[in-house]
Design a protein. Structure first.
Length: 114
């Protein structure tokens, strides 16, 4: 399984970025994003669950970030608006199939700074 994430970079506070992650293999039951800031544990940012059509977000990104997916292309997106310095982190793509096999992408760095 290969996950190719892209879209990270340097942005000013209040700006926007869109991350994307293309996954090889089957259609994934769960696709989402985690992040890890320097000196901190990896945390959930947003996740899209096929069963029930649920989308869950960390409280810190609700109303600013939006997750979406293109099942035909096995790609998950994270639209990030109103970015803050505390959003600076390495963002990791995550996928899981119905057999509960999970995989991580290589990470893409997002830096929010003026």
């Amino acid at each position: 399984v290969q996950l190719q994430a892209s879209g990270g970079g340097l942005v000013q506070p209040g700006g926007s970025l869109r991350l994307s992650c293309a996954a090889s293999g089957t259609v994934w039951d769960v696709m989402g994003w985690y992040r890890q800031a320097p000196g901190k544990q990896r945390e959930l940012v947003a996740i899209d669950i096929t069963d029930g059509g649920r989308k869950n977000y960390a409280d810190s990104v609700k109303d600013r970030f939006s997750i979406s997916r293109d099942n035909a292309k096995n790609t998950v997106f994270l639209q990030m608006n109103s970015l803050r310095p505390e959003d600076t982190a390495v963002y990791y793509c995550y996928v899981r199939n119905r057999a509960l096999q999970a995989y991580w992408g290589q990470g893409t760095l997002v830096t929010v700074s003026s």
